[in-house]
Design a protein around this ligand. Structure first.
Ligand SMILES: Nc1ncnc2c1ncn2[C@@H]1O[C@H](COP(=O)(O)OP(=O)(O)OP(=O)(O)O)[C@@H](O)[C@H]1O
Length: 588
């Protein structure tokens, strides 16, 4: 029993004040409040000596097992079985000895894993207990859950949770009995792991509670062979909060596969994954989370967004994160293939299908993407007759090579992207509505850079670091930051990247000034669509830096309704710099 108590010390310590509170309320009457573990074993009880003795006679004491399978209908066991609060009145109890008693029990859940970790039960003589006492027990159980939540929050467990969801390899948390209580998406989709399963089913050797206690922080390793023949190395660490040991954490790392790699066609692979999508904007973070979820589904995805916003990076990341990542990723730019060749490129042809065809025929991109993903970029430019064929492929999950007689079944996940407004294209008669609905099952819309200005500094700094290849990067003048933050960026991230690279090339290697920015960018600032420097001639820029800064400052302050901190954030300068400039320009 001592070992059990030790194992659940965390729960006991947090629950005790609430148990005491309930006991105090009934003063010295025939009532007993107990806390059980997730199996229905009583860990601790609070009652007066007389009540304790009476209940001991009917086995109601620490160490006793009140699981329904062992003790029949009783509040503790039934609450565990039904996973909800239960009140059992006298004769409803399975055992005769219990008929003078009424019991109310409520499960207690770990707010992080949502698994039941214990049961709070109040037992009293039937003359004392009211039907509504169950609500009190529920409310006390909830208070215990809140106390656990508060404790975990203090231990930063919730930031740990978001980290968990970004781990690409399968990852699970299990309790002291080896039952899995939490897993990330990769564990679910790559290994089919489910909550409640035992961790031993995924290991070559059993793991005992003793092992977990002895693990300290060093951890241990095990092996596992998946159903598809893939071998995994498992690293196991204790799952602890402070000094309390909850169970273990296991991360699975692939060490080989009988089937993969050599079937992967050369060149049809990804360069990007979600880590390449730099952002701190909430809208992008939401989009990446959604895309991560889409990785584990086979549903068709339609990515929309202006040119250069990162649609292809997102498509590659979806493929690279999900279970198809060992398969090919075949990208096709539908707008770049001559109209008459689109169908043969996508669906292939049989030998001698048309004049000029190769005698042995040609595999289309769909077949090359088998067991992987096809990325149909610029789908809005796909000719109408190819749209008909594509619709058929999506509906029948088979390709029909030109000149062929038999459909060839395929297992391909389709991700399409476009910068066009497909609804407008449908109205114009350029895009089939039925195909649009087939493609737009999961819809991801990438925001333009001008709506993610908070990302500009992050991106510029990253492009600078990449371009400088480990050498010291040049500084960026305040005025240049001002332009970066206020420009409309019609070419989005691709344009920003080019501008940074060109500016580094033109700079003296120490500082990037306005003079190092491409002419095209400065011209762009004059366009009526841009909201800054409308009156400036491009030739005036270099010589009128000071005036420009003043204009930008006025413009940014207008945008921020005079909020200096926000203006400083947008311009990526300190608040002091803003105050200094305001003084300098007589704008105080
Ligand atoms: N969030 C990001 N963080 C860092 N780099 C990014 C990000 N998004 C895009 N990029 C970079 O921007 C460039 C353009 O991205 P990508 O080709 O995916 O855009 P796109 O929307 O597919 O463009 P297009 O519509 O012209 O095909 C790439 O060089 C990519 O590395």
């Amino acid at each position: 029993m001592l070992a059990k108590k030790e194992q659940h010390r965390f729960l006991l310590d947090l629950a005790r004040p609430y148990i005491e509170e309930m006991f105090r309320y009934f003063n010295d009457e025939d009532i007993m409040v107990v806390l059980c573990d997730h199996d229905g074993i009583i860990l601790e009880g609070k009652a007066n000596e007389n009540t304790k003795r009476m209940l001991e006679r009917i086995r109601f004491q620490p160490g006793a097992d009140w699981n329904e399978q062992v003790a029949g209908t009783n509040a503790i066991g039934t609450a565990l079985m039904e996973k909800k609060p239960v009140q059992i009145f006298s004769a409803e109890h399975f055992c005769q000895g219990w008929h003078p008693w009424v019991c109310s029990a409520a499960p207690i859940r770990d707010p992080f894993t949502e698994q039941i970790i214990g049961v709070l039960n109040m037992t009293g003589k039937k003359k004392l207990v009211q039907a509504h006492d169950i609500f009190w027990v529920v409310s006390q159980a909830q208070k215990i859950e809140q106390a656990i939540g508060f404790h975990l929050m203090q231990q930063n467990i919730f930031s740990f949770k978001s980290v968990l969801d970004t781990i690409h390899d399968p990852f699970v948390i299990f309790d002291m009995d080896g039952r899995i209580t939490r897993h990330n998406d990769a564990a679910k989709f790559l290994l089919g792991i489910k909550i409640g399963e035992r961790i031993e089913s995924y290991m070559d050797a059993p793991i005992y509670q003793k092992d977990l206690k002895d693990l300290s922080n060093k951890g241990m390793q095990a092996l596992f062979r998946g159903k598809d023949g893939t071998d995994w190395r498992i690293r196991i660490q204790p799952y602890k909060m402070g000094t309390y040991l909850f169970g273990g954490m296991a991360i699975f790392q692939k060490i080989g596969s009988k089937t993969s790699i050599h079937v992967r066609p050369k060149g049809n692979s990804t360069r990007y994954c979600f880590n390449h999508l730099l952002t701190k904007e909430p809208s992008m973070i939401r989009l990446i989370k959604l895309a991560g979820k889409a990785s584990f589904s086979d549903k068709t995805v339609l990515i929309t967004g202006e040119t250069g916003t990162g649609k292809e990076v997102l498509a590659q990341s979806i493929h690279a994160y999900g279970p198809r990542r060992q398969g090919p990723f075949v990208g096709v730019n539908c707008g770049a293939i001559p109209k008459e060749l689109v169908a043969s490129e996508l669906f292939g042809y049989e030998g001698g299908a048309f004049t000029g065809a190769k005698s042995q025929g040609k595999k289309g991109k769909f077949l090359l993407a088998d067991k992987g993903t096809i990325f149909l970029d610029e789908i809005g430019d796909l000719p109408l007759d190819a749209q008909v064929c594509l619709l058929r492929v999506l509906e029948e999950r088979a390709v029909f090579p030109i000149g062929g007689t038999e459909p060839i079944p395929i297992d391909v996940r389709v991700i399409a992207a476009t910068h066009k407004d497909l609804k407008k294209e449908i109205k114009k008669g350029n895009f089939r509505e039925d195909l649009y609905h087939r493609l737009n099952v999961i819809s991801l819309s990438v925001p333009p850079l001008r709506e993610r200005r908070g990302d500009i500094s992050l991106l510029v700094e990253s492009f600078l670091r990449d371009a400088c290849e480990g050498k010291t990067c040049p500084q960026i003048e305040d005025e240049v930051w001002g332009i970066f933050h206020s420009y409309q960026w019609p070419g989005n991230i691709r344009q920003l990247k080019n501008v940074v690279e060109q500016a580094i090339f033109h700079s003296d290697g120490q500082v990037i000034t306005i003079n190092d920015l491409p002419q095209e960018l400065l011209m762009g600032m004059e366009k009526p669509s841009t909201d800054l420097n409308k009156t400036y001639e491009s030739s005036q820029w270099a010589g009128r830096k000071k005036k420009l800064t003043r204009e930008i400052l006025i413009e940014v302050l207008k945008k921020t309704n005079g909020c200096v901190s926000e203006a400083a954030r947008l311009l990526n300068v300190s608040r002091m710099t803003i105050y200094r400039k305001l003084k300098e320009f007589g704008l105080e």
